[in-house]
Design a protein around this ligand. Structure first.
Ligand code: ZN
Length: 116
């Protein structure tokens, strides 16, 4: 694969990684138990019962958003690891190269358009 393209992709991935970590960091913290895992911060309970219910709901929203961001971050890290190994752009399922256009639009793609 073209070296210039790989360079551009790793820049994009590093940017995406920084963005995702920033978003996650606003309501979650890196898990001390598991590498690459994030724990949602528990909201502070300082109000009455009604407020508490709101906070619990907010916590659930944070958790599900956190999981989505965490999954995305996992893909970004995986793509960066593939670049290091020199196997970037290969479909995880069929082992064929992923179309460049697809990688440009979504650099952390791990499947080709047929397998996704
Ligand atoms: Zn495939």
């Amino acid at each position: 694969m073209d070296k210039k393209f790989i360079e551009a992709v790793s820049e994009k991935l590093n940017q995406a990684k920084a963005d995702l970590e920033k978003q996650l960091g606003s309501f979650a913290q890196k898990s001390l138990k598991k590498e690459g895992d994030w724990d949602a911060k528990m909201p502070l309970y300082n109000g009455g019962i009604e407020e508490e219910a709101d906070e619990v709901e907010e916590f659930a929203v944070r958790l599900s958003l956190g999981n989505t961001l965490e999954e995305e971050l996992r893909k970004v890290n995986l793509a960066l690891a593939k670049i290091k190994k020199g196997v970037y752009g290969i479909c995880d399922k069929c082992g064929k190269p992923i179309a460049v256009g697809r990688l440009e639009a979504y650099p952390q793609a791990d499947f080709c358009s047929k397998c996704q």
